[in-house]
Design a protein around this ligand. Structure first.
Ligand code: ARG
Length: 477
């Protein structure tokens, strides 16, 4: 049988009784194993500020409701603030034996102020406490993520304004389709991130109900004032049902699903940066500070930041799946299973933040190479659709025939190894005898782009207007 031993753990029973190695050491060390397994302090110490903030307000409410004395409240408040300083100055010894952040803080409080500290936990439980702490923590993170998304949108909009008329190929199936402008392309991401911000706002709104006061699961017989605590902690209202209050983690799943979509969007942009900066495309130069060299091939500049952003959704989706799996089938109300919520939440928030700020850095520093974009465009015969449309509208040719004739013209350009723009009228008349000079204009990429002036289209004038409108819409307040 395989024996499990913690690193550095001395196996004293082994020396004492070889014949009963497993049995002997089980009773002597299982507590240690269990302590380590059961504790969350390694990761939930992150919640210390929220835990202390909520505890101070809870104590203030207990005092206001005459459940504890003014004197005890003052002692509790001073003690908790001292603990906050100790932890932020790295002057606090966390103990696995005390399991989690809640008990570590409470235990220290009793050390510091004696019996008054033992009154803090009146009318609450760790179940409503932890749900409150996580909500407070996540609320701050959501706000921070939203700010960074907005900054990234701003960077993209600035670039869109700058490159509102820079021609580049628009792709479908990663084949040149129709000309667009670089600004137009970047604005597509501004819209995606705008929806992402909306989802975060929705999630924050639904999250913003206070669980504290639900106590273990059934509420409490103390005359507490949940509205007071809710207001003071910036919640919209207390949760309506105490059982739901302690067992709800929907807000975390919602956050992770919003984060997953952000990750999807950023990974698409990251992949475009990888493609655009590859030597075959060479549409952009990424800022050196976001690329790395190869240890063996001196010519290389690898788009590592973009590749990492491309990869991170794996981790973010995984976190969401892990939490959903923990919650699924969990009977009401709290189960220790729910302690498993924290690491995926923390990791998701941190990962998505890193993706957003690194993307921002890359977009800020990228240099487009317009000549290469144009060259790629020309090679893709991107005005073929314009030509077919022209034949339909001006020469009264049915669309299917127009499509076919245009195909023959593309073939001709291919045979002559030239662009559509550089075909002569004579060349064209060999296939469409009734064509006149005007047809040459239709084949010009610049004209094609300018003609796409429908609402939401890529005509440079539109793009400039759209970038300015987006700034108004997304950057207000
Ligand atoms: N560390 C625990 C968690 O994160 C706190 C709540 C513990 N509650 C309990 N009844 N054991 O979920």
């Amino acid at each position: 049988m395989t024996q499990y031993r913690l690193k550095n753990e001395k196996d004293s029973s082994e020396e004492q009784n070889n014949s009963k190695i497993w049995g002997g050491r089980f009773s002597s060390s299982s507590n240690k194993l269990m302590e380590e397994f059961n504790s969350s302090i390694q990761f939930d110490k992150k919640l210390y500020k929220q835990d202390i903030e909520a505890s101070i307000v809870h104590a203030e409410m207990l005092c206001k409701q005459k459940i504890i004395s003014e004197k005890d409240f003052k002692l509790i408040k001073t003690g908790l603030n001292k603990i906050k300083t100790e932890i932020s100055n790295n002057n606090f010894t966390f103990s696995i034996k005390l399991e989690d952040i809640h008990m570590n803080i409470e235990n220290r409080l009793v050390d510091l102020i004696g019996d008054a500290g033992k009154k803090l936990h009146t009318g609450r439980s760790r179940n409503d406490q932890v749900a409150t702490d996580i909500k407070l923590w996540l609320r701050d993170s959501i706000d921070q993520i939203e700010i960074n998304l907005k900054l990234l949108q701003k960077t993209l909009m600035d670039k869109s304004e700058l490159y509102y008329d820079m021609l580049m190929p628009g792709y479908t199936h990663l084949q040149v389709a129709q000309p667009v402008t670089f600004g137009h392309h970047l604005l597509a991401y501004v819209e995606m991130l705008g929806r992402d911000r909306g989802r975060l706002t929705d999630c924050r709104k639904r999250l913003n109900e206070l669980p504290l006061g639900s106590a273990a699961l059934a509420g409490t017989s103390y005359p507490i004032d949940r509205d007071f605590v809710s207001k003071k902690l910036g919640f919209d209202k207390p949760t309506k049902n105490s059982m739901d209050g302690v067992s709800d983690r929907d807000f975390a799943v919602e956050f992770m699903s919003a984060a997953s979509l952000i990750a999807i969007h950023l990974s698409r942009l990251a992949e475009e940066l990888v493609i655009w900066s590859s030597d075959r495309f060479n549409f952009i130069k990424l800022p050196e500070s976001f690329t790395t060299g190869s240890s063996i091939m001196p010519q290389k500049r690898n788009p590592d930041a973009a590749e990492l952003i491309r990869a991170k959704p794996g981790r973010i989706f995984g976190n969401m799946l892990s939490l959903m799996t923990v919650l699924k089938g969990l009977p009401m109300t709290y189960g220790k299973d729910m302690q498993e919520d924290k690491e995926p939440i923390f990791d998701t928030a941190r990962t998505i933040q890193m993706c957003i700020v690194n993307m921002d850095g890359m977009i800020k520093g990228l240099q487009p190479i317009p000549n290469n974009m144009i060259e790629a465009l020309q090679k893709g015969f991107p005005t073929a659709t314009d030509l077919a449309d022209y034949l339909v509208i001006n020469l009264d040719i049915p669309f299917r025939d127009a499509h076919h004739l245009t195909g023959r013209i593309v073939l001709l350009a291919e045979e002559k190894d030239c662009t559509l723009e550089s075909l002569s009228l004579k060349d064209i008349q060999k296939i469409i005898p009734e064509a006149d000079n005007k047809i040459l204009d239709v084949l010009k990429i610049q004209n094609s782009v300018s003609s796409r002036n429908s609402y939401g289209g890529t005509a440079p004038k539109n793009v400039l207007k759209a970038a300015r409108e987006a700034k108004k819409r997304f950057l207000k307040d």
